[in-house]
Design a protein around this ligand. Structure first.
Ligand SMILES: NC(=O)c1ccc[n+]([C@@H]2O[C@H](COP(=O)([O-])OP(=O)(O)OC[C@H]3O[C@@H](n4cnc5c(N)ncnc54)[C@H](OP(=O)(O)O)[C@@H]3O)[C@@H](O)[C@H]2O)c1
Length: 262
């Protein structure tokens, strides 16, 4: 389990909160941060997956706990954020917040209903704002050093793509939210960055990687000729959260195998 070679600078004994931690990119990020020596508080809806991950990481000696929460619900977000703050209060407080919770839904623009719009925007964007405000405030009030927030966006936040107006708008919003947070929190020493993954093999992209014809169309769009792995996004998130990225803020790191390069 212990990673061979040098660990990333400034992650050991940092306290990190990861949302959307039960599957996919969030799950991989938790494992990577734990390998780098972080203590963790993990959040998602599926309690059994969070429990299993906690047990696994505790077995490796990590300090870790979880709270189940539905991030379309304001009360759940506030509750989970406050439990996380309490959990880390005796350990030096939260240093890292990874806002990753989200989903994908494809729907043609003219068929897109306001319920779908609200669900997507609430889950991906409003939750990012809400938990960042609560935890960001805690970071500022305590004058904590070395704090960093990493927001999940997407290549869909940088370009339009058919059948996902609500998904694209939420991801575009995540980029401008990131830049605004970076401006306002920079004076407190808090760095705020976004990651923009392209096509990554997780639950939400199963219709692509599970269908050889669709997968081949995608492979042709990617300079590396393959789709990405959750661990490849987790590595970028860990980098942005670490002291290796100490002069990087307000940035969007694209992790897309070259999709947007042509
Ligand atoms: N995969 C890609 O190609 C790709 C590309 C760009 C961006 N992204 C973004 O990356 C993030 C992670 O997605 P993924 O690809 O890893 O998909 P995933 O495997 O389905 O993971 C999504 C995570 O978000 C959580 N989540 C979903 N709805 C939630 C809700 N209502 N409340 C709380 N947590 C919720 C899920 O946990 P529960 O179901 O247990 O709640 C899960 O842990 C998303 O924001 C997605 O938009 C993905």
């Amino acid at each position: 389990m212990v990673r061979k070679g040098e660990p990333m600078r400034g992650l050991s004994e940092k306290n990190a909160v990861v949302t959307g931690a039960s599957f996919g990119i969030g799950h991989a990020t938790v494992k990577r941060l734990a390998e780098e020596g972080c203590n963790l508080f993990i959040i998602a809806r599926t309690q059994s997956r969070l429990y299993e991950l906690c047990q696994e990481l505790r077995g490796d000696g990590a300090v870790v706990d979880f709270a189940p929460a539905d991030f379309t619900k304001s009360d759940d977000i506030e509750n989970a954020a406050n439990i996380a703050i309490g959990f880390f209060s005796e350990l030096g407080g939260i240093h890292i917040l990874v806002n990753n919770a989200g989903t994908y839904e494809g729907k043609p623009f003219l068929e897109l209903d306001t319920e779908s719009w609200d669900y997507m925007l609430n889950l991906k964007l409003r939750s990012m704002f809400q938990i960042s405000r609560i935890i960001g405030n805690d970071m500022v009030v305590s004058n904590r050093k070395g704090c960093s927030i990493v927001n999940m966006s997407s290549t869909n936040g940088l370009i339009g793509e058919t059948d996902g107006a609500h998904y694209n708008a939420a991801n575009g919003g995540a980029i401008t939210l990131t830049k605004t947070m970076a401006i306002e929190l920079g004076k407190h020493g808090i760095r705020v960055n976004a990651v923009c993954p392209g096509m990554i093999r997780t639950r939400i992209t199963k219709p692509v990687w599970d269908n050889p014809d669709i997968l081949n169309v995608w492979k042709k769009k990617l300079l590396l000729g393959r789709i990405g792995k959750p661990e490849e996004v987790a590595a970028a998130i860990a980098f942005l959260a670490s002291e290796e990225a100490s002069f990087i803020t307000g940035e969007c790191l694209v992790i897309d195998g070259g999709q947007l390069s042509h």
